[in-house]
Design a protein around this ligand. Structure first.
Ligand code: ISJ
Length: 433
């Protein structure tokens, strides 16, 4: 684990200013591609970060706990003057789905990696604010002031909307292999070895030219207003980005919001989803798991009486909202440890499903289906990184999965994963898909 700089627990100096701007992404024009990005259009939450005042890595699930605890500790930042009321972060990052690796392209992302940007620009109330961070030490206040002066002088008012950015994409993903795995999973389920397992696959995408990831972000947020659009850049220049509908946990002090999201249909078949016994069973297993995992951590726990439909552009899901009042001392570290991976991305029973994946999935998921998001003192939002891709140059590796239960058909699961890939493919510029 890299230690937090500069001191135990980390101490930073920060300052903030208001900007005459409306869109944090607009900064890309003068500051280049952000190193982190986060936007939930419906919640009017948007944040872009540039540079790294600090970064911290974890090499195992155990280290993740230590890091998340440190990042959510109070008072690690000393604000010069006003301090923000609703800053998402200031730490941003994510972690792998599991320890199972194999794909060198994920190496630079680490098992888990979080950064404190030098500059964070975010929507605050009806305006946009900028904050700068520097490690506490001689000259730190001057560094903060000069970063703010630079950003304040140069930040463009609005984002120039991207052109249509269409390009021909070459796609490859083996259908027979995926369908073979689904069949094997259904066999294991019918022999009583498992109830549910979520199988994922990668789609290799090659563009005619390097992907403009800022444009990809702009299209993702526009086409997926109910999702969290995110980007995290690794030190080798690759980035992991996507637009995910699934919250793992949103925490404000002791108040927790989470959800079960499982069971899917195409928008044209949305009407049948609520009555589909297979999908309801798959969904119910996730609800039960989350409630059981949260019980020891919560003073009060409640869930919606029944699932509702969450309608996205290319796919409709069953969703049950879950809320809790947490016990004293429970924070994002304990929540991630208890919840991740939920059966929405792993399976049930959890350990057996994860073993099945190690043995049969033949995929390094990397950060796909892991928790990504922001963490600050007593507050955090972690999403499950779905509908996402790792992008470097003109190459993208996109990830999609589907829950397999008794009665699943290989062909239908293939179609479901195709549907789930559309949001990312369109954003990559595949106007024809
Ligand atoms: C695994 C994915 O999605 C998950 C699986 C779902 C399902 O099987 O119905 C629905 C939503 C997500 O929890 C994915 O998008 O890659």
């Amino acid at each position: 684990m890299t230690t937090l700089v500069p001191a135990d627990g980390g101490h930073w100096v920060a300052g903030m200013i208001s900007l005459a701007a409306v869109d944090p992404l607009a900064g890309a024009e003068v500051l280049g591609e952000p190193s982190v990005y986060w936007e939930r259009p419906l919640a009017r939450e948007a944040m872009a970060g540039w540079g790294e005042a600090a970064s911290v890595e974890a090499e195992s699930a155990a280290q993740v706990l230590t890091v998340l605890k440190a990042l959510s500790a109070p008072d690690s930042v000393r604000w010069l003057g006003a301090s923000p009321t609703a800053l998402p972060g200031p730490w941003f990052g994510g972690m792998r789905f599991s320890q199972v690796g194999g794909d060198g392209g994920w190496g630079p992302f680490g098992f888990g990696r979080w950064t404190l940007p030098e500059v964070v620009v975010w929507r605050e109330g009806t305006g946009v604010a900028a904050a700068a961070f520097a490690p506490e030490g001689p000259g730190a206040e001057d560094v903060v002031r000069s970063l703010l002066a630079r950003v304040g002088a140069a930040f463009p008012t609005g984002y120039r909307h991207p052109g249509n950015g269409t390009q021909a994409l070459k796609l490859s993903s083996s259908r027979p292999e995926f369908e073979g795995r689904v069949t094997r999973a259904v066999e294991t389920i019918s022999s009583g070895g498992l109830q549910k397992v979520v199988l994922a696959r990668a789609v290799e995408v090659e563009g005619e030219r390097a992907f403009d990831r800022v444009e990809v972000l702009a299209r993702l947020r526009e086409q997926n207003p109910r999702c969290a659009t995110f980007l995290f850049r690794a030190p080798d220049g690759a980035a992991f980005l996507g637009a995910t509908p699934e919250t793992l946990c949103r925490l404000e002090g002791r108040r927790l919001e989470t959800e079960a999201l499982a069971g899917s249909a195409s928008p044209t078949q949305a009407g049948e989803l609520g009555g589909s016994e297979k999908d309801l069973r798959e969904h119910e297993a996730v609800v039960r798991y989350i409630l059981k995992a949260l019980k020891p951590l919560a003073e009060h726990l409640e869930s919606d009486a029944e699932p509702a439909l969450l309608t996205l552009k290319n796919v409709v899901h069953l969703r049950t909202g879950i809320r809790a009042e947490l016990r004293e001392g429970v924070g994002v570290a304990e929540l991630v440890a208890a919840l991740h991976p939920t059966p929405a991305v792993g399976g049930t029973p959890r350990e057996r499903a994860l073993e099945f994946l190690v043995e049969h999935e033949d995929l390094d998921r990397g950060w796909y289906a892991g928790p990504v998001g922001w963490i600050g003192p007593g507050r955090a939002h972690q999403m499950v990184a779905l509908r996402s891709a790792r992008i470097k140059g003109s190459q993208a590796r996109l990830f999609v999965g589907a829950g397999i239960v008794a009665g699943s058909s290989a062909e239908a699961e293939w179609r479901e994963t195709e549907m789930k890939s559309l949001a990312m493919l369109r954003a990559l510029g595949g106007g024809h898909v």
